[in-house]
Design a protein around this ligand. Structure first.
Ligand code: COA
Length: 330
């Protein structure tokens, strides 16, 4: 049976390391508060005018190299991000140009923390139907240019970091690859985690008053996000296991979206997974949204925590609200 396999992974993080103490110099917070509530110790920020498509270039190059391919082998680009370089055109088009691939299709996915899993499901469908054989999926974010470094925005600001990660997908007839994807959304919660402005439903889309009110910064109902994440992530993992006739004992590693260490520890316990079977790197990078799952998966492989033949479960929850899972055999 033809399946879609991960042929290569790569990631790129900007060099600037920002500690909790660095943030505590800009607004009222503390290393203790941030670590206790979120597990985050450091995050990375870009320096100067760097967009997500810039961060994506080295991540894509590393993924293509890891796949043993040339950049010119890539037939289609999917770019998952909530922080596109510009309002339009999409960052996939900008990346396509920067990678020197004029003419190939380029698609942006706007599904926030589940963007990588939504993108993976599209790549899987395209590969399985024979439409493309070599698809580059990138998840990348530059959050630091849209965070509010003041007490008003501190609940959100401490959580997020910049970064990029990429995956090359292609067909395989070996016993490995993507076994399933499950995608969900509930738009009733759209305003519980969002950036409102600029908004096409307002005339004009953005005013000085909007900016004075901070409506161009991310806003979050943290408690609701936490509650829904710990409910839906175990559900969507059970859904994935049932669809594949697997039990939790078959899982070698859960690689969850890295939003909050406490959420992921709770999800692991709820599923009955021992701590060593749940991967975390949020301590170093914060929440890198669409980049977080491929970044975590790549580091898990590099550290020997995920190996060829392992059953890996990916799961995410985020703005929308959206939630999703995928089961892979590496
Ligand atoms: N530093 C210090 N104090 C902070 C703070 C910060 N960065 N952010 C908020 N606080 C304060 C609040 O103002 C509040 O003070 P008060 O009691 O005087 O009103 C207090 O800390 C508690 O705030 P609360 O919002 O109740 O904290 P919490 O226990 O819910 O933790 C989060 C806040 C954000 C850590 C938590 O809700 C969370 O992780 N939610 C999920 C967020 C997430 O994962 N988002 C991305 C999803 S993809």
């Amino acid at each position: 049976m033809l399946r879609t396999a991960i042929l290569g992974l790569g990631h790129y993080l900007p060099e600037r390391v920002v500690t909790n103490d660095d943030l505590a110099k800009m607004f009222t917070t503390s290393d203790e508060w941030i670590q206790q509530r979120t597990g985050i110790v450091t995050r990375r920020y870009v320096d100067g005018d760097v967009g997500v498509s810039d961060l994506a270039v080295p991540a894509a190059q590393r993924a293509v190299e890891a796949a043993g391919l040339k950049m010119s082998d890539i037939e289609f680009i999917i770019f998952a991000t909530l922080s596109p370089d510009y309002q339009f055109p999409g960052s996939a088009c900008l990346l396509q140009d920067k990678l020197g691939l004029p003419g190939i299709g380029a698609l942006d996915v706007r599904n926030q923390c589940t963007g990588f899993l939504y993108g993976l499901s599209i790549a899987d469908a395209f590969v399985k139907t024979g439409m493309y054989k070599r698809i580059l999926l990138v998840g990348a974010e530059v959050h630091s240019s849209a965070l509010e470094f003041s007490d008003r925005g501190r609940d959100v600001t401490v959580l997020f970091g910049d970064g990029a990660a990429a995956t090359v997908f292609g067909p395989t007839d070996e016993d490995r690859g993507i076994l399933s994807t499950h995608l969900h959304a509930d738009g009733r919660y759209a305003k519980d985690l969002w950036i409102e402005i600029p908004a096409s439903c307002y005339q004009p889309r953005m005013t000085k008053e909007h900016m004075d009110e901070g409506r161009h910064y991310p806003r979050m109902n943290g408690r609701k996000v936490f509650k829904m994440a710990v409910e839906t992530m175990p559900q969507v993992v059970h859904e994935a296991l049932a669809a594949n006739g697997l039990t939790i004992n078959d899982v070698d590693l859960l690689v969850p979206h890295q939003a909050n260490l406490r959420i992921n520890e709770f999800v692991g316990r709820e599923l009955g997974l021992p701590p060593e079977k749940v991967y975390h790197n949020i301590q170093r990078y914060g929440n890198t949204t669409a980049a977080s799952i491929p970044l975590a998966l790549n580091e898990a492989i590099q550290e020997g925590r995920a190996k060829k033949g392992d059953i890996i479960v990916l799961a995410a929850f985020g703005s929308g609200f959206t939630w999703a899972s995928s089961v892979l055999k590496l």
